[in-house]
Design a binder for this molecule. Structure first.
Ligand code: CA
Length: 215
């Protein structure tokens, strides 16, 4: 998962960041609420690990901002405020889990694993709903768009010629209409690329075809 970690305590922060990275997650660590807000707008996160007591405010105030993001990242609160009413307050504010300080790293890792099981993974496909999870959130697709993207994801990293796509995705056997493909790619880039003019995922290899990158 891509994790945003908000914690102002230097030593604890370093330890937790390492523990999360050791699990294979990507961690962006910020120490202020203001930086957390900024970072949330710049990247897509699946989980926010959030301290409550921060130098520029109460961590919980970030929860309402997080809920506005689609799909909203899960939130795990870490807090020295351990009494029941603080936990209830945290869960009511939209947090998915609440861990009272001090806690063991094993427990933190177990909670993160549990949340990870609930998160959709990037490029997850839901064929029944014609939806694919892109870095910009769930894409609702037409049948043909779904088929197209599904095919590219399944052939990640391979250069696929437009003729092959027409044959295998559209079922055309004669007279390749490559402009059909160009149109699809342009439309999809607008929806899933941060910068459609400089695509990272749907990459055109000149004279050869299309190559799909998950990252
Ligand atoms: Ca703190």
């Amino acid at each position: 998962m891509n994790i945003l970690f908000v914690e102002d305590e230097e030593r604890l922060g370093r330890t937790i960041k390492l523990a999360l990275e050791a699990m294979g997650h990507q961690v962006t660590w910020v120490k202020l609420l203001s930086n957390a807000r900024l970072t949330l707008g710049q990247d897509v996160f699946q989980l926010v690990v959030l301290d409550r007591n921060l130098p520029d405010g109460e961590g919980l105030s970030l929860c309402s901002d997080i809920q506005k993001i689609s799909p909203a990242p899960h939130v795990l609160i870490l807090s020295a405020k351990s009494e029941i009413h603080f936990r209830v307050e945290g869960l009511d504010a939209g947090a998915d889990d609440y861990l009272a300080k001090p806690f063991s790293l094993e427990e933190l890792q177990a909670r993160v694993r549990s949340l990870n099981r609930r998160v959709g993974h990037l490029w997850e496909r839901r064929p029944d709903q014609l939806r694919i999870l892109s870095p910009k959130g769930w894409l609702d697709l037409t049948q043909q768009e779904y088929k197209f993207l599904d095919y590219l994801i399944a052939h990640e990293g391979q250069v696929i010629s437009k003729e092959r796509l027409l044959r295998e995705v559209w079922g055309f056997s004669l007279l390749p209409k490559t402009r059909t493909i160009d149109f699809f790619i342009t439309q999809l880039r607008k929806r899933l690329e941060d910068d459609p003019e400089n695509p990272k995922h749907l990459v055109t290899i000149r004279g050869a075809g299309i190559k799909f990158h998950t990252k």
